[in-house]
Design a protein around this ligand. Structure first.
Ligand code: UDP
Ligand code: MG
Length: 339
């Protein structure tokens, strides 16, 4: 996405107030990543040291049932800077990210997956964007050939439907991989909802944003955690959480169907009045009954989607529960001459 001239003016203002060497928090949700987590540390540490910023890792163990937390605890005990938040069970990536944002102390934060599908080298470009005054610098997947054809086309459809229905502009093919400024973190933390559809929340809070294009590689090791059923529910969460447009469309759809039904009823009544009683009519009766029961069940289902979300929000349960926090070393100063 090319910055518009208006955005240019705005970001040059933001540029003035950038601190020289902010603390960089690296937020990493992990769920059963024992196969890849050491690779992740090996790949990210040199990049973070090169930035010249002090940095800390914020790992969120989303209820892993393997050795992920043990490996990280060991690394933290050996002085890896940052901390590990252990959630009490698997709450899902969105909840884990919220936990990470709350625990991050940095003036800027990078959100990154543990499986190295988000290339760490991009952090340099993201920092350049932030320096130039952008508060959000997000990774944009230009090549999704590592995803299956079905996943790519359904994802494309989702972005189209979402952007048409909601009046917020969510960039297609942007994942959670991004650098955000403290102002954005604070804005995200102010959003009280339980349905943490992060991509939507990122888009909703706004702020000057810039894209950094990249090719998404395959997972380095381990297995993906999202199947199609999860993704479908994820998409429903996104749409029902950000727009009531489906309810409105259904309202007009309902009005149209009633109008047609009413006209037909009028026609039938007049026909009986003029030509007398006409007994055959089983087919039209059945068609009408089935059609209207279908329409009604569908609309009840749609209303149900919204009611179930109301139910979840009104319970006011916390988004996640912490089991423990394991502290590592102090924020490491990445400046070569400071060590
Ligand atoms: N993840 C998580 N909780 C979950 C599922 C995934 O914290 O319930 C983490 C996972 O460990 C990884 C990131 O979210 O660091 C992305 O997961 P994955 O690679 O499976 O997703 P995909 O690349 O398919 O979007
Ligand atoms: Mg992945």
């Amino acid at each position: 996405m090319q910055p518009t001239p208006a955005a240019q003016v705005y970001v040059s203002r933001r540029k003035q107030i950038r601190p020289d060497r902010p603390l960089l928090s690296v937020i990493v949700p992990v769920y059963n990543e024992e196969d890849v987590i050491r690779h992740f540390l090996e790949a990210t540490r040199p990049v973070l040291e090169e930035t010249g910023f002090p940095f800390e890792y914020v790992f969120i163990d989303d209820g892993s049932r393997d050795a992920t937390a043990d490996i990280l605890t060991e690394e933290l005990a050996n002085g890896l800077p940052g901390r590990l938040l252990g959630l009490s069970r698997n709450f899902g990536k969105e909840a884990a990210l919220s936990a990470g944002l709350e625990a991050a102390k940095g003036g800027i934060a990078v959100i990154i997956d543990a499986d190295l599908q988000d290339p760490p080298e991009l952090i340099h470009q993201m920092i350049d964007g932030w320096r130039a005054g952008y508060d959000v610098v997000y990774g944009l997947r230009v090549d999704r050939t590592s995803d299956t054809l079905i996943k790519r086309s359904t994802a494309g459809m989702f972005y189209q439907v979402f952007n048409k229905l909601s009046n917020i502009d969510m960039p297609a093919n942007a994942g959670d991989f991004r650098l955000i400024d403290r102002t954005v973190i604070d804005a995200l933390l102010r959003l009280p909802e339980r349905n943490r559809f992060m991509k939507g929340l990122f888009a909703w809070v706004g702020f000057p944003s810039m894209a950094v294009p990249y090719e998404r590689p395959q997972r380095k090791a381990g297995t993906g955690k999202f199947n199609y059923w999860k993704l479908w529910n994820f998409a429903l969460d996104g749409i029902a959480g950000f727009t009531t447009m489906p309810l409105r469309i259904w309202f007009y759809g309902g009005a149209l169907v009633s109008l047609i039904a009413f006209t037909y009823a009028l026609y039938l009544t007049l026909r009986v009045l003029i030509f007398g009683i006409d007994v055959p009519g089983y087919t039209s009766l059945m068609v009408a009954v089935l059609f209207f029961s279908g329409v009604q069940l569908l609309s009840i289902g749609m209303i149900g989607e919204y009611i179930s979300r109301l139910f979840n929000e009104t319970k006011q349960r916390p988004v996640y529960l912490l089991q423990d926090v394991i502290e590592g070393g102090p924020a490491k100063d990445g400046k070569p001459d400071a060590n």
